[in-house]
Design a binder for this molecule. Structure first.
Ligand code: X2X
Length: 333
């Protein structure tokens, strides 16, 4: 390797000491893509992670971070990840469920009531089960899932105060069977659209509303095109840090350890960032003109139950996955 590079440097007539030339070119240059703007904590922490990986591997591993769907929509990136065109991406388990059906389990409506319950499940048995399923699809998932937050419903047309207000409501949901099913159970009119097209869809009123955590509403500047926000906390969502298996296994074990450790540490730091922002986010969005409602979750949950949502998904996901979810979240439906 070093001989080739020294040769290349001298061909170019660049008089570099061999050691310096070696540090310039990584042995493993891996692309990592995600759908969030650079200012989101996910991107701040994964950028830091990439720098640490570079330093700890003496430049051998260069993880290039591509935020804001620069490499394509989530759907595109997932295809590229499987084909090896990109090496890493972060993706909601619910979108990944188009490939790994059981990865949807963490997004069941109103399953988790707070963060301690989320992390206990996702860092415990439920998370291990999902990662096992991801492994069967020839992808690799890092141990710690990143936080995407508890989700709220925003609207450009009317404030949502009860499940009745969702009747016929044209709402953007991510491209995901569970998301579509859940909002159909609310009698809304869900449209599956990738995050890369979310802002435009709201701006051009292809849809009236969408649902996301407040951190996402802020990062994607949705306050510019949405007036109302209902604090429904209807579900929690997270981002699995996924790798193409062949690319992952190309890394020597010692480098893999450095990469995995730094990614997992970045996830924990990002979780803390989101928790710290939770308080201030509502105020900041209010100062940008959004108005909030805080409907009681019970009526929404009851609507899902009465419409057979829980029974349907228990049937789809099976007793093993459902049992693991209920063990941490309590009895559902
Ligand atoms: O697409 C979304 O709404 C986002 C950014 O929250 C996810 O990636 C699931």
């Amino acid at each position: 390797r070093s001989l080739v590079k020294v040769a290349a440097a001298s061909t170019l007539g660049v008089a570099l000491p061999a050691r310096f030339a070696m540090a310039q070119q990584a042995e493993f240059t891996y692309k990592y893509g995600n759908n969030l703007p650079p200012a989101h904590p996910l991107n701040i922490r994964t950028k830091e992670m990439a720098e640490k990986v570079k330093a700890e591997t003496n430049g051998r591993v260069d993880i290039q971070v591509f935020p804001a769907s620069q490499l394509g929509s989530d759907t595109d990136m997932l295809s590229q990840l499987r084909a090896g065109g990109i090496e890493f991406m972060t993706l909601s388990g619910l979108i990944l469920a188009t490939l790994v059906p059981h990865a949807a389990i963490s997004g069941i409506g109103f399953a988790f009531s707070d963060y301690p319950t989320v992390w206990k499940a996702m860092d415990g048995d439920l998370g291990a089960y999902i990662r096992g399923q991801i492994g069967k699809a020839n992808l690799v998932a890092m141990d710690r899932i990143f936080d995407n937050g508890f989700r709220q419903v925003t609207s450009g047309t009317r404030q949502i105060k009860s499940p009745d207000d969702l009747k016929g409501f044209k709402i953007r949901v991510p491209v995901s069977p569970l998301w579509t099913s859940m909002f159909k159970s609310f009698d809304a009119a869900p449209v599956g659209i990738n995050a890369s097209e979310l802002y435009t869809a709201l701006q051009t009123r292809v849809v009236d509303g969408q649902e996301n955590a407040l951190t996402g509403v802020m990062a994607l500047k949705m306050y510019e095109v949405q007036k109302f926000c209902a604090l429904t906390n209807h579900m929690w969502d997270g981002f699995w840090f996924l790798g193409n298996r062949r690319a992952w296994e190309r890394l020597p074990t010692n480098l893999r350890e450095i990469v995995a450790r730094n990614i997992n540490a970045a996830a924990l730091a990002e979780r803390t960032d989101l928790a710290e922002q939770a308080e201030s986010m509502q105020k900041e969005l209010a100062s940008k003109g959004m108005t909030f409602s805080a409907p009681k979750p019970d009526a929404f949950r009851e609507k899902l139950r009465a419409g057979g949502f829980y029974a349907e998904w228990k049937g789809k996901l099976g007793d093993e996955a459902w049992g693991l979810l209920e063990r941490s979240a309590g009895k559902l439906g």
